[in-house]
Design a protein around this ligand. Structure first.
Ligand SMILES: NC(=O)c1ccc[n+]([C@@H]2O[C@H](COP(=O)([O-])OP(=O)(O)OC[C@H]3O[C@@H](n4cnc5c(N)ncnc54)[C@H](O)[C@@H]3O)[C@@H](O)[C@H]2O)c1
Length: 353
């Protein structure tokens, strides 16, 4: 039976406050401030990877709904940490606390929470699929060990609700479109198997309600520099060639960030014991049509292409079947032309081009 998160963990707040939080100089700031605000009566969400692309937008959304939002991020340099810092600064201006903590380094007994949150949204990860091929240990450390540390803390402190990021990649190899009933597919990257492992880690955890979300290629303003939209835009603006794998013969289900955040929100209003949902746009877009849309919005003419064979960590096509999530009221309503225009607009403003 799904239930909504409607109240705070009032009775647990002080308990977790007493769990030692040391080594972080932000603790004093909070411990002197906590008495003067009515934090115990707010609904609280704790977000890992809060300075990341999806974490940043998710934090903004929960804040706009009146939730108390805090989170951690290790600000690693997989991509430009300035982008993460700028996102975190914007969150801090809203009163959202962002702590520089690395999940896999947190010791049990040292709480990573200020007080027990009503909901944890776990987004921290090494998220680069291609990068993971050359850096499997990094993926294992951040995605598997980091996730287990989080699970251990949630169990210890009695966190009841966790939403965590999985990926469409776990269904790789199944016939399209992919949905939650497909068997786990054949992993072609360490990233894929770490996310597959995350689903098992939560399945055997003692946390009451855990929901995994299999995201399909998320894009939008404040996006990731390692992903196609950002990378192509950046290179086209700078007059550099863009690398196109498999001669451009690829299709993706591109999901706009506000649809993803709305999906997370809807799921948090309908938490169940153990569940998995696909979140996508539900449409396939040819890679070269996506490129054309970027070129059109930048307005510099055609890009120079560097065609390369298929990348071993890539899937040729992705496509989501979101009918399960639609039963909860989800609808993806931003398509690629609108979404790409909004990203390019953000890019031009952010980099003053
Ligand atoms: N963006 C997509 O298209 C997509 C698709 C499928 C799944 N996902 C998943 O969604 C989640 C968010 O992705 P994103 O696109 O926002 O990526 P992102 O890299 O922008 O965000 C992840 C954040 O986690 C932080 N982080 C990494 N390891 C950490 C650790 N050990 N401790 C603390 N912080 C750590 C990073 O510094 C980063 O800011 C990830 O789990 C990713 O695997 C994303």
């Amino acid at each position: 039976m799904p239930h909504k998160i409607i109240g705070g963990n009032h009775e647990n707040g002080m308990e977790s406050f007493l769990v030692s939080i040391h080594n972080y100089n932000w603790f004093n700031t909070w411990s002197t401030a906590h008495g003067s605000i009515s934090w115990r009566w707010l609904v609280k969400v704790f977000i890992t990877g809060i300075a990341g692309f999806i974490g940043f937008h998710t934090a903004n959304h929960y804040h706009s709904k009146g939730w108390e939002v805090t989170g951690i991020d290790n600000f690693n340099d997989y991509y430009d940490p300035k982008l993460k810092k700028d996102r975190a600064d914007m969150l801090e201006k809203l009163g959202i606390r962002v702590y520089p903590v690395s999940l896999e380094q947190v010791q049990l007994g040292m709480s990573m929470f200020e007080s027990v949150p009503d909901l944890v949204i776990h987004l921290a990860a090494s998220a680069g699929i291609r990068h993971s091929l050359a850096n499997p240990l990094e993926s294992i450390r951040n995605n598997i060990i980091g996730t287990q540390k989080l699970i251990n803390h949630c169990e210890l402190l009695g966190v009841k609700n966790v939403i965590y990021a999985s990926t469409s990649a776990v269904m790789n190899g199944n016939s399209l479109p992919w949905n939650e009933h497909d068997p786990i597919g054949v992993q072609v990257s360490p990233y894929g198997y770490t996310k597959q492992c995350n689903e098992s880690q939560f399945a055997v955890s003692k946390i009451n309600n855990t929901v995994g979300l299999r995201f399909f290629t998320v894009y939008g303003p404040w996006g990731r520099p390692d992903m196609a939209l950002f990378d192509f835009t950046d290179k086209i603006v700078k007059g550099k060639p863009i690398t196109i794998f498999n001669n451009g013969d690829m299709k993706r289900d591109f999901t706009y960030i506000t649809d993803i955040v709305r999906g997370i929100w809807i799921v948090s209003q309908n938490m169940t014991e153990r569940d998995i949902y696909c979140i996508g746009n539900g449409k396939q877009v040819e890679l070269m049509d996506f490129v054309t849309e970027i070129e059109r919005n930048i307005g510099n003419g055609k890009a120079e292409y560097d065609f390369q064979p298929m990348h071993p960590a890539d899937a040729k096509e992705t496509w989501s079947d979101t009918s399960k999530l639609e039963k909860l009221g989800y609808r993806s309503d931003t398509d690629v032309p609108e979404g790409v225009a909004s990203f390019v607009n953000w890019y031009k403003n952010y980099y003053h081009v």
